[in-house]
Ligand binder design. Structure first.
Ligand SMILES: NC(=O)C[C@H]([NH3+])C(=O)NS(=O)(=O)OC[C@H]1O[C@@H](n2cnc3c(N)ncnc32)[C@H](O)[C@@H]1O
Ligand SMILES: [Mg+2]
Length: 430
């Protein structure tokens, strides 16, 4: 490993110190007999100035370095308020590790082109900032889950059945059998609670959704929790405490990155428990009062949720959905058999659903009935039904779409920017 420091380490109080840095040529300009190179690394940027009178060899080499060339630079630190970071390096040595004559991404690159060359787009400091925020959100989630006594488990991705409807399964050949890519780890987490009680997993989930909306991917990162003995109210409290901690901790550790994407942090700061709660019935009333044509019993799509979120300045819950629009595993509301004990968490500012959760049906016969009602075969869920035969307990859980949370926090215009290599119906490469 090169004995170097990072751009962020170069500070004005290091005046006169000799330093070595490695990175990529982010910006470059020539003025008279000087070359200014703004070097980029994973921590930020710093300007290096190459003066012909100081080192002709380095000056001539610096002139050759193209944008995004990988370079190693040495020189002396000098405080200079005119430099982008208030300090620069009076460089007397540059090694071009690999020169780039023409970097294909230019200022006028289209979004589709950026996705076509996503492997090169990852050079971008803005993309790196998104990935740092995403990583910090998961660091925060792990911190919270550990201190609150949750066990991480590692469920299978190759599965034999649907959790969220057969229409969005990706099928694959598994030797002489058929397998599917997991839509959700939920059913396996439900099995894990009998030994561990409170479990969580972060897995890729797959949905063969043809929806071409700004919030759908065909592969997304899914943070899921499941807990024995918890009812819907209990799990909603877990959701709001977890999301609040993830958001506030990210503001604490990554505020400069967040502010790169949004100046108004109000809704993020408002993300503290208790989050507002509205019933599905109230949500329908709100939408109808705003002229939306929606009837009780219908699902809210992205457009309806966008309108509903205008009523809130923080993440909020919608609870008490009609049974007909929700999944087979959700427990019927004992007080209203038309409904299930389900709640979604919606992000404000038009982002909508970021979490789907519910209390699960823990009665064997009722679950068999729900499976049949949904046109599914109980024999396909034999192992899952066993969970209701051997010490069944009330239990609840939820799934958080990590890209959707990041998209809201950074106000991204599409979830695809929140993932390293987005997968959508039209994009499988690179
Ligand atoms: N353990 C559970 O209870 C999870 C449950 N089985 C489940 O999968 N619910 S969900 O379908 O609403 O998906 C959960 C969340 O997963 C995200 N999600 C769901 N589908 C997508 C797509 N296609 N793209 C991106 N993100 C997606 C979104 O934030 C949803 O709220
Ligand atoms: Mg959902």
């Amino acid at each position: 490993m090169i004995d170097k420091i990072y751009c962020v380490d170069v500070q004005p109080d290091m005046e006169g110190k000799r330093v070595k840095l490695a990175g990529w040529v982010y910006r470059k300009r020539e003025v008279g007999k000087k070359v200014f190179i703004v070097l980029r690394d994973s921590t930020g940027i710093v300007q290096a100035i190459f003066k012909k009178e100081l080192s002709e060899g380095a000056y001539e080499m610096a002139k050759k370095a193209g944008i995004e060339s990988s370079v190693i630079i040495e020189g002396t630190v000098k405080a200079d308020p005119r430099a982008p970071t208030g300090v620069e390096i009076q460089a007397d040595r540059i090694e071009i590790v690999q020169n780039v004559d023409f970097f294909p991404i230019t200022k006028d690159a289209s979004e589709e082109f950026l996705l076509d060359v996503r492997h090169l787009h990852l050079h971008s400091p803005k993309v790196a900032a998104i990935m740092k925020v995403k990583a910090t959100m998961m660091q925060a989630a792990r911190e919270w889950l550990l201190q609150d006594g949750w066990y991480e488990v590692f469920p299978p991705i190759l599965v034999t059945g649907a959790v969220e409807g057969g229409a969005t399964l990706f099928k694959l050949k598994y030797f002489d059998r058929t397998a599917y890519l997991s839509q959700s780890a939920q059913l396996y987490l439900e099995a894990a609670i009998f030994g561990l009680e409170k479990v969580w997993s972060l897995t890729p989930s797959f949905r063969a959704e043809k929806s071409r909306t700004r919030r759908h991917l065909t592969e997304f990162w899914h943070l899921e929790l499941e807990a024995a003995w918890m009812d819907l109210q209990d799990i909603m409290k877990v959701e709001e405490e977890l999301v609040s901690y993830m958001v506030q901790r990210t503001l604490e550790l990554r505020r400069s990155e967040v502010e790169t994407f949004r100046k108004d942090l109000t809704t993020l700061k408002n993300a503290v428990p208790p989050f507002p709660r509205v019933s599905y019935d109230e949500a329908i009333d709100i939408l109808q009062s705003k002229g939306v044509e929606i009837e009780w019993g219908e699902d809210m799509g992205a457009d309806e949720e966008r309108i509903l979120t205008q009523e809130f300045e923080a993440p909020f819950f919608v609870y008490g959905y009609p049974k007909g629009i929700k999944a087979f595993y959700m427990k019927e509301d004992p007080e209203d058999p038309r409904k299930v004990l389900a709640a979604d968490m919606l992000a404000p500012e038009g982002y909508g659903e970021i979490i789907g959760g519910s209390q699960r049906e823990d009665d064997y016969n009722k679950l068999v009935q729900r499976i049949l009602e949904e046109g599914m075969k109980p024999e396909d869920y034999e192992w899952y039904l066993d969970l209701r035969k051997y010490g069944s307990v009330p239990h609840s859980g939820f799934g958080l779409g990590l890209e959707r949370l990041v998209a809201w926090v950074l106000k991204l215009d599409h979830v695809r920017w929140a993932t390293l290599f987005p997968r959508t119906p039209s994009r499988l490469y690179p």
